[in-house]
Design a protein around this ligand. Structure first.
Ligand code: NAD
Length: 306
């Protein structure tokens, strides 16, 4: 496919129309990079951001056809983020979720080993791969995923390791992020902070799993694109991405209610096999030189109040 910015670095982003990666796509397109987004326009996608500043192909990355497309593109960088990201959906349809997410990762890594200009392939993973976290997990600890979604993401983590370790063309050219819960504009109401924002706007009650006892760490979306820019240049291993702003859902709802000055009502819901706590050690990413743009409080205020 013909480049629209012939002398710029070529970046392929899978899932680049989704909540998080729509912001990443816009960031690199604005920076002047030649971005090709591969997205199947499924759940969570935002085709309304398509504005001619990046190229877009509608394709399912779980289909082997995507391999030829990526190889023909011959990118300098690849960010592989395409995934079914809804844990509750993955519990309802584990076979589809795991097949889609794992096949997509196989296809992207398989294509990458034939991309002769490749400088970095960044695989996007999640804190959920650690499973229940009694203490902060650092990147050297074993992964212990406990639901179909996190299992599919953990398989991607192992695929990354296998390709980086095995193929000369990929040695030292891969890295991986494990994000805590990201929140911000364009997140859909399957995720808790987006659901809270909706509830503040329309008064609808929030379904809360397991009595609101689930503890998660949260980070504002505007921190993510510059962090990934740094990792495409300097990353060569796994990085936990968190600022350690963690809350139970019950306390998160209280905090949002205080910030917005409004009551939030809840209804009970249940997620089978739910991990009650994810928490990660962020020493490695800080040592790499990461300075976040927004702390949690600043991000929350901007998200809920503007
Ligand atoms: N949202 C979070 O807090 C969070 C935390 C940790 C990790 N992640 C990871 O970050 C990535 C993005 O998450 P998000 O919340 O922005 O998700 P999202 O659901 O908002 O977006 C996913 C995007 O990927 C596309 N997609 C899904 N499967 C595809 C496939 N097989 N082929 C092509 N496109 C496909 C969808 O159309 C959508 O545009 C995912 O890999 C997710 O596992 C997200």
């Amino acid at each position: 496919m013909e480049s629209i910015k012939p002398n710029a670095p070529r970046l392929v982003i899978t899932g680049g129309l989704g909540f998080i990666f729509s912001h990443v796509t816009e960031y690199f397109a604005k920076k002047g990079w030649d971005v090709l987004v591969l997205d199947d326009l499924s759940e969570g996608s935002h085709p309304e951001i398509i504005d001619g500043s990046f190229r877009f192909v509608e394709i399912d990355c779980a289909d082997t056809k995507v391999q030829d497309l990526i190889i023909a593109e011959n990118p300098d960088y690849i960010i592989h983020a395409a995934a079914i990201s809804d844990v509750d959906f993955s519990i309802r349809d584990p076979e589809y979720t795991m097949t889609q997410n794992i096949n997509a990762s196989i296809n992207v890594f398989e294509a990458a080993r034939f991309c002769h200009n490749l400088k970095k392939l960044l695989y996007v993973s999640t804190d959920e791969v650690y499973g229940e976290c009694e203490a902060r997990k650092d990147e050297t600890e074993i992964i212990f995923p406990r639901n179909p979604y996190s299992t599919s993401k953990a398989v991607g983590s192992l695929i990354r390791l296998a390709y980086d370790n095995t193929y000369f063309s990929m040695k030292g050219k891969t890295c991986e992020t494990r994000f805590c819960n990201v929140f911000g504009k364009r997140q859909d109401a399957r995720k808790v902070l987006a659901r809270i924002k909706k509830s503040l706007e329309d008064g609808s009650p929030i379904p809360v799993h397991n009595g609101g006892t689930g503890y998660r760490e949260y980070i504002y979306i505007k921190n993510i694109p510059p962090l990934l820019d740094m990792l495409l240049h300097k990353g060569d291993r796994v990085y936990n991405v968190t600022l350690n702003d963690g809350f139970t859902v019950e306390n998160l709802i209280k905090k949002c209610s205080e910030v917005a000055g409004k009551e939030i009502t809840i209804t009970e819901s249940h997620r089978p096999g739910m991990d009650l706590k994810y928490q990660m050690d962020n020493t490695r990413i800080k040592e790499l030189g990461w300075t976040p743009l927004y702390n949690f409080e600043e991000g929350l205020r901007e998200y809920l109040l503007t």
